[in-house]
Design a protein. Structure first.
Length: 118
């Protein structure tokens, strides 16, 4: 099983970034895909989650209206479009796959750093 994030980097406040996550080794469409983030000294928090293509998604209040999560099951990929970035969005962003039926199946990527300068 592999979960690999990419797309992080340094951006100015108000800018945009698009994170990508490519997964392999499991049946992608059977997994809820989520993005989490962890800032220095803080606990990891859920940013956005999507159950299936065209299915329900949910967002942390802090990113609603600015971030969009999407997935492409044909490419075993999930994306996070981040607009209107703020310095408080600075964190390591992690991709997570959790089984929709068997929730104990839970896989994480290694994370990608997002830094927003003021």
């Amino acid at each position: 099983v592999q979960v690999v994030e990419s797309g992080g980097g340094l951006v100015q406040s108000g800018g945009s970034l698009r994170l990508s996550c490519v997964a392999s080794g499991f049946t992608f469409s059977s997994y809820r895909m989520s993005w989490y983030r962890q800032a220095p000294g803080k606990e990891r928090e859920l940013v956005a989650s999507i159950r299936s293509v065209g299915g329900s998604s949910n967002y942390a209040d802090s990113v609603k209206g600015r971030f969009i999560i999407s997935r492409d099951d044909a490419k075993n990929s999930v994306y996070l479009q981040m607009n209107g970035l703020k310095p408080e969005d600075t964190a390591v962003y992690y991709c997570n796959a959790r089984g929709i039926v068997v929730t104990s199946l839970d896989y994480w990527g290694q994370g990608t750093q997002v830094t927003v300068s003021s």
